[in-house]
Design a protein around this ligand. Structure first.
Ligand code: NAP
Ligand code: GLV
Length: 314
């Protein structure tokens, strides 16, 4: 069995070794320009068109991340260049859920407990009591109730926040999380929310979802947390909503252009936290174990989870 590995940063050697160790008998290699040789499995992140060219024996493509937008393209153009009949498989959690819960919980609590405002007062040497927020009156809306969104929603509910979440398909919520779906559900989910968390996949249906219309539905002075993809956020709308006070601040981990360009206005917004796409990192050991486990299952003729619905885009 041949496993071909690609990453634009070229840091594929540990995956070659790890997958070879986990799958005795497997031959692993890193893609080099011009390699159009046969492979049973592709393991990749942000592939170029050459890597995705049809190749003999290919059975499945494993994405070394949860989001497959870099493979499919936001307008679906990438889907057309995928080899026909080959499953695209994404990472399911693989250690990202716990990281996402930590990151988002911290951002929500920091805003809820007014810690940025207190830091500004400290910088001025001012001792001033700020009225605390009441948690029961602090609804948080989470867009996306999948592998990561459900964990984040559950974590925030466990802290005591009234949590609403939004998914594509209608289904029951979970303890202390009210679940909405569809266009009507969207409005109810976000209306009056004090914090908005985005954990949707980037697809033609969800691109630009964080826009002026949505910001206007939130509570005045709400807070935005985007940990999904930069293509979800209309950047100019966020800056305008922050200028008007409708949005008090934001924590952004993902951007339309990454790394965020040095002259981007987001760097200079005092109430905006910028982090370099690291709210939930792909963890090497967990990733190798998950992909190797699924390859072994496929080789035994068993079904696996995490297969992307190409039409839906996630
Ligand atoms: P997932 O399990 O596929 O969950 C996606 C959720 O979004 C599902 O609840 C789905 O609804 C919902 N959804 C999709 N399209 C929708 C639509 N048009 N309307 C309403 N709901 C919709 O994905 P995941 O593993 O939780 O990951 C989510 C995203 O997080 C990834 O795609 C990736 O972009 C991002 N991410 C970011 C980082 C980072 O470090 N910043 C790390 C990992 C992942 P259903 O439940 O009905 O299908
Ligand atoms: C990271 O952004 C991922 O999609 O796994």
């Amino acid at each position: 069995m041949d496993i071909l590995i690609f990453s634009p940063d070229g840091k594929t050697a540990p995956f070659e070794t790890g997958l070879a160790d986990a799958l005795p008998g497997a031959r692993t290699r890193s893609w080099q320009p011009g390699d159009d040789n046969a492979a049973d499995y592709l393991v990749l992140w942000k592939p170029n068109a050459e890597v995705l060219k049809p190749r003999e024996r290919l059975k499945a493509i494993f994405n070394m991340g949860a989001g497959v937008d870099a493979v499919l393209g936001v307008d679906g153009e990438g889907a057309r260049r995928l080899p026909a009949g080959v499953a695209l498989v994404r990472l399911e959690d693989a250690g990202m859920g716990a990281q996402m819960v930590e990151y988002v919980s911290h951002a929500v609590l920091r805003y809820f407990r007014r810690l940025d405002e207190l830091a500004e007062l400290q910088a001025q040497g001012v001792w001033k009591f700020l009225k605390p927020n009441r948690i029961a009156e602090f609804p948080v809306a989470v867009l996306g109730f999948g592998t990561l969104g459900a964990q984040v929603a559950g974590g925030l509910a466990a802290l005591g926040f009234p949590v609403r979440a939004w998914s594509r398909s209608a289904r029951p919520g979970r303890e202390n999380v009210t679940l909405y779906s569809g266009a009507d559900g969207f409005d109810t989910c976000v209306s009056g929310a004090r914090v908005l968390v985005n954990l949707l996949p980037l697809t033609p249906d969800t691109a630009d979802v964080l826009n002026a219309k949505l910001f206007a539905k939130l509570a005045p002075g709400a807070f935005v947390i985007n940990v999904a993809r930069g293509g979800h956020l209309v950047e100019a709308d966020l800056l305008a909503a922050m200028a008007s006070g409708q949005i008090a601040g934001a924590t952004l981990d993902v951007f339309r252009t990454e790394p965020l360009p040095a002259d981007h206005p987001f760097w200079r917004q005092p109430r905006l936290t910028v982090t370099p796409h690291m709210s939930a990192l792909t963890l090497r050991e967990e990733t190798i174990a998950q992909i190797a486990g699924k390859i072994a299952a496929l080789e035994r003729g068993e079904a696996i989870t995490g297969i992307v619905d190409i039409q839906r885009g996630y």
